[in-house]
Design a protein around this ligand. Structure first.
Ligand SMILES: [Zn+2]
Length: 106
């Protein structure tokens, strides 16, 4: 993170948006009310988190999935998608908060 963060600081932050501990799937925007917090598992691809329903829909965890090397992490099926994403954020950034920073360009 360090180098990117340092180089972006030269530009100056216009706005910081903290979505707190909110979690939604970058594929379908779920989990939806009928799934609630009960949906488990999920997959990280690059900087995006996808719920188990999307992973199942697109076959990302199939043994013969052609682009399996692009999957960053298959998350714990014994934990909720939300908890998995919060744990992943904490591991990657030191915080469970979803923080988006918008920078100016010179
Ligand atoms: Zn999804």
């Amino acid at each position: 993170m360090g180098n990117l963060e340092d180089s972006l600081l030269e530009y100056g932050i216009i706005k910081t948006i903290n979505a707190g501990s909110n979690v939604c799937c970058d594929g379908c925007n779920g989990p939806y009310p009928e799934q609630g917090d009960e949906i488990n598992g999920g997959v990280i691809i690059g900087g995006s988190a996808y719920c188990q329903a999307c992973s199942d829909r697109y076959g990302w965890e199939a043994e013969d999935y052609e682009y399996a090397d692009e999957i960053t992490e298959i998350m714990d099926k014994n934990k909720t998608f939300k908890q998995n994403v919060l744990d992943y954020r904490e591991k990657m950034t030191g915080s469970t908060d979803a923080i988006t920073r918008i920078y100016s360009i010179k």
